[in-house]
Design a protein around this ligand. Structure first.
Ligand code: ADP
Ligand code: MG
Length: 274
């Protein structure tokens, strides 16, 4: 009974400003008002004591060993850690792409771990935007058409053109992926992820395939989206300096969170170097 109530809340389609429950120290709104202050408030999404064990024949791989982690409204968190530390596993579980072996994942108070496939699909479709290292654009569709594929299946999306303008590709909307650079293709992928106005944007190594300068431009777009739309954002990277642009930096090692640091003065991506 309780679960049904909670789940209805989870899946109800509302385009509520994710920063609405936020109570920043200065009392100002987060969304739409560029700020470098770290947003706070009730978590939008949280993982409680998550473990993930992959059984590989006779061997158990402990990808996550008791991770408790929360994303607060409007914040931009960078997840750092060496290859194999469990970053992707955590992000996939938060995004409903994978399920934990034990522990709970709560989205606005509703428990995703007890959701069925249809409910998880709905959660992913309506509330979460994903950006991966490889852009996964459809080569035979233009930038605008690639974004429209997503906006066609959700309620109240942005117009594809608006999303592409947000990522600085207003002039390239009718180009095919092959006519765009890697960084531009990644910006199309970001436009596609944010056009449905997700509550949460999850990015797994979004600059992993890009050179430094192009990567900075992509990070700048992610920060712009976070500030302009107030989209709660988590960015995985193995480049420690990227953490300097975040409100909070969380480091994983061997499937555990080994450090967590609030960054009172997030840097502009153009000030980063790695
Ligand atoms: P990261 O993203 O930090 O590089 P991952 O979350 O991908 O780390 O992986 C964490 C650990 O879990 C690694 O040891 C990896 O080999 C293992 N792992 C990840 N996915 C699977 C899977 N589908 N099957 C088996 N082992 C996996
Ligand atoms: Mg990974």
């Amino acid at each position: 009974m309780l679960w049904v109530h909670v789940w209805t809340h989870v899946t109800s389609r509302d385009n509520k400003d994710p920063s609405e429950n936020a109570a920043p120290p200065n009392g100002s709104r987060v969304s739409g008002s560029p700020t470098t202050q770290s947003p706070r408030g009730e978590p939008v999404l949280s993982a409680e004591a998550i473990t993930k064990i992959y059984r590989m024949g006779d061997v158990d791989v402990h990808a996550l060993s008791g991770v408790t982690f929360a994303l607060h409204p409007g914040e931009l968190v960078v997840l750092l850690g060496a290859s194999g530390s469990g970053k992707s596993t955590l992000l996939n579980i938060l995004g409903g792409l994978d399920t934990p072996t034990s522990g709970n994942v709560l989205y606005r108070g509703g428990n995703l771990t007890s959701a069925d496939e249809a409910q998880l699909t709905r959660y992913r479709r309506e509330h979460v935007g994903f950006v991966f290292q490889f852009y996964n654009l459809i080569p035979s569709l233009t930038a605008r058409e690639n974004v429209a594929l997503v906006t066609d299946i959700v309620d109240s999306p942005m117009a594809p053109a608006e999303a592409l303008e947000l990522v600085g590709l207003g002039e390239r909307m009718d180009h095919f992926p092959a006519q765009l650079s890697g960084g531009e293709q990644q910006r199309v992928a970001i436009a596609r992820a944010v056009a449905k106005r997700p509550q949460i944007l999850l990015c797994d190594e979004p600059t992993g395939a890009l050179d430094f300068r192009t990567g900075v431009r992509v990070l700048d777009v992610l920060r712009h989206v976070n500030r302009e739309l107030g989209t709660t954002t988590a960015v995985i990277t193995h480049n420690a300096p990227v953490g300097e642009m975040a409100h909070r930096i969380v480091t994983l090692a061997d499937g555990r969170i080994v450090s967590e640091r609030r960054n009172e003065k997030p840097k502009d991506p153009s000030e980063l170097s790695w």
